[in-house]
Design a protein around this ligand. Structure first.
Ligand SMILES: [Zn+2]
Length: 95
């Protein structure tokens, strides 16, 4: 399964923001794959809001279905739109 990345980390500016699942609290989180800062919403993460103080452990990769269930469907639409845009760039480059 591919990771769901939503952009660059505003804290370290090196890592990528990845959407993950916290099975213990049954919620989604956004985590930086480099400095491991965590946020409870994609808006907070992208805008550089304060990271979570109580960091979750044993996180799992989230799927688009998980995002839909959590009410993050706007984000899913946005990401899928971006993916399609990328794909069409590659396709036109092949010709
Ligand atoms: Zn980071």
């Amino acid at each position: 399964m591919s990771l769901i990345s939503i952009g660059e980390c505003p804290v370290c500016r090196q890592g990528e923001l990845i959407v993950v699942k916290d099975p213990a609290r049954e919620m989604l989180l956004v985590i930086c794959d480099d400095c491991e800062s965590q946020w409870d919403s994609p808006e907070n993460a992208v805008k550089g809001g304060p990271p979570l103080m109580d960091e979750a452990e044993s996180l799992q990769d989230a799927s688009y279905g998980d995002l839909e269930n959590a009410g993050w469907s706007d984000l899913v639409e946005h990401l899928q739109h971006e993916e399609q845009a990328k794909r069409s760039i590659f396709q036109s480059g092949d010709r």
